[in-house]
Design a protein around this ligand. Structure first.
Ligand code: ADP
Ligand code: MG
Length: 284
């Protein structure tokens, strides 16, 4: 199914890429971050695990304040791409740019400080904290305070608490403000995970299957939340639920066997013959 062509149809707004985009320059100024509106970009990113190629020459441009979804079957390389974008694993080759800066070798921690957040897992520490305490901690991280700094300036604490309260309202979790995160339903925990990234003050949120394991009601809440956040955040979304993807995405990148197969707006991706044949295989 791998293609040997790189063909852009600008009128339709769709790009079909394959191995031929190896010709893309590995220079930050040429990957689109110099272009107004591109927040996050990967150019020619490949990732090998030993002899296995998990990502093959992947290029993606995420525009500011859009919902850019990445879809594809299990093993397509979606999470590996997220890991390369967020610094969890270094790409074997290629360039990652954020707000015009080459961040390819930047640590996860420094990327987070630049405003790029991957949703936290509500585990360990957060499980035993109340919802509002977890959000306050995340908001505190934004102010640069160490968690156990006993000499915290009062106004920073007040600010962190007020930010936490405002995120709590955005999540519609006010009723659960003081209960332990570990006692929330699965769906609510996943919503809180997005909230923790949000409270950290990041401009760009990377969400890996935020609706996984959710019931229909929670999926709808998550969908509305992501749409609301995209008004002042850039969202990169890995999502299996095609109803969610086709409904809320600005742009969809379809991955297959480590490569980008098709990219474009939902209406183009939805009717693209390769996508229909390889991924959807059904009415959607
Ligand atoms: N750390 C790793 N070591 C070896 N292989 C890996 C590693 N991470 C991912 N892979 C492999 O890379 C491929 C892509 O995985 P992944 O990015 O998780 O896909 P997706 O998120 O699209 O399901 C899979 O075949 C997976 O087994
Ligand atoms: Mg994955």
């Amino acid at each position: 199914m791998e293609r040997d062509v790189s063909d852009t149809d600008s009128a339709a707004g769709t790009t079909v890429t394959g191995t031929a985009n190896a010709a893309l320059p590995a220079n930050g100024n040429d990957v689109g971050c110099g272009t107004r509106g591109v927040k996050l970009a990967a150019a020619g990113v490949s990732k090998r695990f030993g002899g296995f190629v998990a990502l093959r020459d992947v290029s993606i441009q995420v525009r500011e304040r859009t919902i850019h979804s990445v879809i594809g079957p299990n093993g397509a390389g979606k999470t590996t791409l997220f890991n390369c974008l967020t610094g969890v694993v270094p790409p074997t080759s290629g360039v990652v740019m954020f707000e015009g800066r080459d961040i390819t070798r930047m640590s996860v921690h420094r990327r987070a400080r630049c405003g790029m957040a991957r949703s936290f897992q509500v585990t360990n520490l957060f499980q035993n904290l109340s919802v509002i305490e977890g959000l306050r901690l995340a908001a505190q991280a934004k102010t640069g305070l160490a968690t156990f700094d006993f000499f915290r300036p009062k106004e920073r604490l007040v600010r962190a608490m007020s930010d936490a309260e405002s995120v709590l309202a955005q999540l519609s979790l006010e009723r659960w403000r003081d209960i332990k995160a570990g006692e929330l339903s699965h769906g609510q925990q996943r919503i809180l995970e997005v909230g923790l990234a949000l409270a950290s003050g990041s401009s760009t949120l990377l969400l890996d299957e935020p609706t996984a394991g959710m019931g229909v009601d929670d999926i709808e809440i998550m969908k509305q939340l992501v749409v609301a956040l995209s008004r002042d955040h850039t969202i990169v979304l890995i999502e299996h639920n095609m109803n969610v993807v086709l409904n809320i995405s600005t742009t969809i990148t379809v991955m297959h066997q480590g490569s980008v197969l098709v990219e474009g707006p939902p209406e183009v991706v939805r009717s693209h013959p390769d996508v229909k044949a390889a991924y959807l295989g059904r009415e959607c």
